[in-house]
Each structure stands twice: as structure tokens, then as C-alpha cells.
Design a protein around this ligand. Structure first.
Ligand code: ADP
Ligand code: ASP
Ligand code: MG
Length: 409
């Protein structure tokens, strides 16, 4: 039996926390072969990014990944020392040593495969294997470079390793008790969800509920890995992320209110209304691996139209530099950036089959006096772009409207 456990940055933020987590791991290791994935300690990744920006305006991608990967290398070595001090044999591996092979894209690489031979050998020799999360290595062994998987990517390391080892459980330990109906730091009466479907969790992650990395949820669904999200400092039941539950009929059709205040809206004005223009804009962004969301194109007049969309705060500088070129190439008038926006959404598979959710959502926002800038939907989600200063009020109002403060099935 193999158990995979991942511990996030706040769970390993200092020596005491590392020692406390090591005790839990050593208990698990008495019962099962154990692979541990760790994030960098506390705010290490933020601090390294800050440092890089003091040196270079736009740091080189390859060098950035080499720098950021050190955070997880430090925490994995320290966790291994803590286990060894408890008499538990353990070994730490970098992402590359653990066989995490990625595409050759820096800052946001996708895992192409996992070659877990070294992990298996170390397990068979009786070691707990502590893997540095968030990082991999490019395919070509004689020209291999360190890559990272995007912010929050240690979750993805854990799921990829659990899938490759066909582990009997994949446990993500963090600083909250599980996945909640809203960010518990924003809504005090947010409720823990006993379980949630992959589809719902993916929508939540894509709308800013950072408790799980969205790529991790995608991989889990693809390889049928159930994920337990639980608190690293308590022994209380967490949330199981799994296939849609047949009991969903008895559940609240709206399961959660995710929000994201780390977004920016870009507007390209007076875009010529001709075939191929949207392709040019979005192709240029996709080429740089920049995700866009909440795309709105206005009705055209006089042969021109305005096009706006959102990107995450981290992608904003790259998006601006790509778009400046495109704007002059396509003959649009200008590029404007608004950073004072946020997204708030309602998510739930029940939305698909129950009418009237948009109506109730917009009504609740209107009643709270919140202006909606634009709207996008999927089958199981409605997202509104609003002013950033309104976001906490919006989350609380929607949480109340959809009766999420009661214990959830
Ligand atoms: P870790 O360092 O363990 O990976 P993260 O900071 O990435 O932890 O994710 C945990 C945080 O996610 C919580 O502290 C919480 O503030 C935030 N969060 C946002 N939305 C939710 C939600 N719906 N349920 C639980 N946590 C959420
Ligand atoms: N340390 C990385 C980050 O802060 C990865 C992670 O914690 O999952 O984004
Ligand atoms: Mg995280």
C-alpha cells in the first residue's frame, strides 16, 4: 500500500511545524509506504519572486525556475532531516530525481510523464520519500533544465505521483479543514463540504479558490485519483474530491462561491471588426501560455468594436507586452488596463438542471448595491466581474442568498 501526502507552505513554515508534520508522517509510515510532497516554507516563493524583481524587470524564465525550485529543495531536505531525527529512514528527491518530466515551458510547465523508478526503489529500501513539489525537469536528459509548474503547483506534483504509483490514497494537507463553501477567511460561517466533484472543484479552482491547483484536479479526474483535502494541524475529517455523487439530488444546487481578486481586465478599443482579428489577439496570448477569461466583445459600430478580457495578476506584465505589439499590428486604437477588478462566481452541478440561478445571483448583487461589469457562464458556473472593492461584500451576499451557511451534505 502506498500513501501520498502533500504538505503546503504554511504547514512547513518553520522548524516547529516541520517537526510536527514529520511526526504525522512517521505514524503513517508505520502502516504504509509513504511518499511526501512538500511546498516551500511559508512565503519563500513570494520572497524569491520579489528578490528576482529587484534584480531584473522581467526575469528570464529559465533562471526564475531555477531560483524558485530552491524553495522546495530546502523544505524537502529539512523535512527529511526531521524524519531521520525521529529514527525514520527517509530520503529527499528533487522533482527531476523523482522523475517529474515536463514540457520545455518555464514558469508554468505541464507534466508530460512521471518516471517513478527511483521513488519505487527508495520505498522498497524502507525510506519515506520526500519529493520537492512544484518542479520538474525537461525531457532531454543531456540538455535537461529545471521547470516549475505554476503557483500552487505542488498539488499537481502530488496527484501526478499518486497516479503514477497507483497509490491507495492522495492526501493534500493545508491550513484549513478542507474545501469550504467559500474562502473561510472571507466568510466566517463558510461550511466544510464533505465531498465535491472534480468538475465543481475545477470550476472553483479556475475562479480563484486556491485551496487546490486546477491542473491537479484535471489530472485527478483523468487518472481517477480521489483527493482528500484536510488540515495538517488537526485530526478532523476533510473533503473528498471525487466523481459526481449519485446523492447530488439532495444537495444544495449551488455548492460554493469562489472569488478571485488577483485579476486584471484588459480592453482593446476600436478593434477592426474583421475575420481573424480575435484569433490574432488570442493566439499571441496563448503562444505565451497566458490564460484569458471573461471575454466580452461589444456590438460593433462603424466597423470597429471593443474587446475586453481578464488575465491573472501574475500574467499581466507579459500580456501587456504581447498586446502592445498586436494592437499596432491590427490597427486598433488603444490598450487599457484596469487592475481594480475581481471575479465572483457561483458553482454547482445543480445549476445545470435548475433554472433561475442567474436571476437570483444578479438580484443578490443588485440588492447589495454592487455593479456588474461583465458576465460569463459555463454549464455549472456563473461568473460576474465586479469592482475589487466590492468583492468581499459580494461573496458574503451570495453565500447568504444561496443558503450556504447551513451544514452541507
Ligand atoms: P497550501 O500552502 O497548503 O497549498 P494555499 O494557501 O495554497 O495552501 O490554499 C489554502 C488556502 O485557500 C486557505 O488558507 C484559504 O484561505 C484559501 N481558500 C480559498 N477558497 C477556499 C475554499 N473554498 N475552501 C478552502 N480554502 C479556500
Ligand atoms: N511554492 C509554490 C507556490 O508558492 C508552489 C506551492 O506551494 O504549491 O506557489
Ligand atoms: Mg496551495
Amino acid at each position: 500500500m502506498i500513501v501520498v501526502q502533500k504538505y503546503g507552505g504554511s504547514s512547513v513554515a518553520n522548524a516547529d511545524k516541520i517537526r510536527a508534520v514529520a511526526k504525522r508522517i512517521a505514524e503513517t509510515a508505520k502502516k504504509a509506504q509513504t511518499v511526501v510532497i512538500v511546498s516551500a516554507m511559508g512565503n519563500t516563493t513570494d520572497e524569491l519572486i520579489h528578490l528576482a524583481k529587484e534584480i531584473a524587470d522581467v526575469p528570464d524564465g529559465r533562471e526564475m525556475d531555477k531560483l524558485l525550485a530552491t524553495g522546495e529543495q530546502a523544505s524537502s531536505a529539512l523535512m527529511t532531516m526531521a524524519l531521520q531525527s525521529l529514527g525514520q529512514p527517509a530520503v529527499s528527491l528533487t522533482g527531476g530525481q523523482a522523475g517529474i518530466i515536463t514540457e520545455r515551458v518555464f514558469n508554468k510547465a505541464r507534466i508530460v510523464r512521471v518516471a517513478p523508478n527511483r521513488i519505487k526503489q527508495e520505498l522498497d529500501e524502507g525510506n519515506v520519500v520526500v519529493v520537492a513539489g512544484f518542479q520538474g525537469i525537461t525531457e532531454n536528459a543531456s540538455w535537461a533544465d529545471i521547470t516549475t509548474l505554476g503557483r500552487g503547483g505542488s498539488d499537481t506534483t502530488a496527484v501526478a505521483i499518486a497516479a503514477a504509483l497507483k497509490a491507495s490514497s492522495c492526501e493534500i494537507y493545508t491550513d484549513v479543514d478542507g474545501v469550504f463553501t467559500a474562502d473561510p477567511r472571507v466568510v466566517v460561517d463558510a461550511q466544510k463540504l464533505p465531498s465535491i466533484s472534480y468538475e465543481e472543484m475545477l470550476e472553483m479552482a479556475s475562479q480563484g479558490a486556491r485551496v487546490m491547483h486546477s491542473r491537479a484536479v484535471e489530472l485527478a479526474e483523468l487518472y481517477d485519483v480521489e483527493i482528500l483535502v484536510a488540515n495538517s494541524a488537526k485530526n478532523v475529517p476533510g473533503t473528498l474530491i471525487k466523481k459526481e455523487d449519485p446523492n447530488m439530488e439532495i444537495r444544495n444546487p449551488v455548492r460554493a462561491i469562489p472569488h478571485d481578486a488577483d485579476v486584471a481586465r484588459l480592453t482593446i478599443s476600436s478593434v477592426p471588426d474583421k475575420p481573424g482579428i480575435a484569433y490574432k489577439i488570442f493566439h499571441a496570448l496563448a503562444d505565451r501560455n497566458i490564460n484569458v477569461d471573461v471575454i466580452v466583445q461589444n456590438v460593433s459600430s462603424d466597423g470597429v468594436t471593443d474587446l475586453s478580457f481578464t488575465v491573472t495578476g501574475a500574467d499581466l506584465p507579459a500580456a501587456q507586452s504581447v498586446l502592445r505589439g498586436v494592437v499596432s499590428e491590427i490597427g486598433a486604437k488603444s490598450l487599457n488596463t484596469d487592475v481594480d477588478v475581481a471575479k465572483v462566481a457561483i458553482v454547482g452541478t445543480g445549476i445545470r438542471s435548475h433554472p433561475g440561478y442567474a436571476d437570483r445571483m444578479f438580484g443578490a448583487l443588485a440588492e447589495a448595491g454592487i455593479n456588474i461589469l461583465s458576465i460569463t457562464t459555463s454549464e455549472i458556473r456563473i461568473t460576474c466581474l465586479i469592482r475589487r472593492e466590492d468583492v468581499q461584500l459580494a461573496v458574503r451576499a451570495l453565500h447568504k442568498t444561496f443558503k450556504l451557511e447551513k451544514p452541507q451534505a
